[in-house]
Design a protein around this ligand. Structure first.
Ligand SMILES: [Zn+2]
Length: 99
């Protein structure tokens, strides 16, 4: 299985499953830093309390803002909630074309 194999890693969920599988194999525990819903709702993990937690939160906000740009582009082009928007949102290959 490889990142570039479009037949295997076709949708977001496939990519997440692939990452989970590889991390589990190495015994690495995953934590979620943040998320952005298709409606544009951003969540940042506020439970970090280690010495670099503020840096991690700031990094996550920057990361999620990139997803927000992708989300906003999709809303502008397809309108949120439409079949076309959902296809755009769930297909990482389509999501790259935001310029
Ligand atoms: Zn991300």
């Amino acid at each position: 299985m490889a990142w570039t194999d479009d037949n295997i890693l076709k949708y977001c969920r496939d990519v997440e499953n692939f990452v989970d599988l590889r991390l589990n194999e190495k015994g690495i525990k995953k934590t979620i830093g943040g998320s952005l819903s298709s409606e544009g709702e951003m969540k940042i993990n506020e439970s970090w309390s280690d010495p670099i937690s503020n840096l991690k939160k700031e990094h996550t906000k920057i990361h999620e803002n990139i997803h927000l740009k992708t989300q906003q582009y999709g809303v502008k082009k397809y309108s949120v909630g439409t079949k076309e928007f959902n296809k755009y949102w769930c297909d990482p290959k389509i999501g790259r074309k935001t310029k």
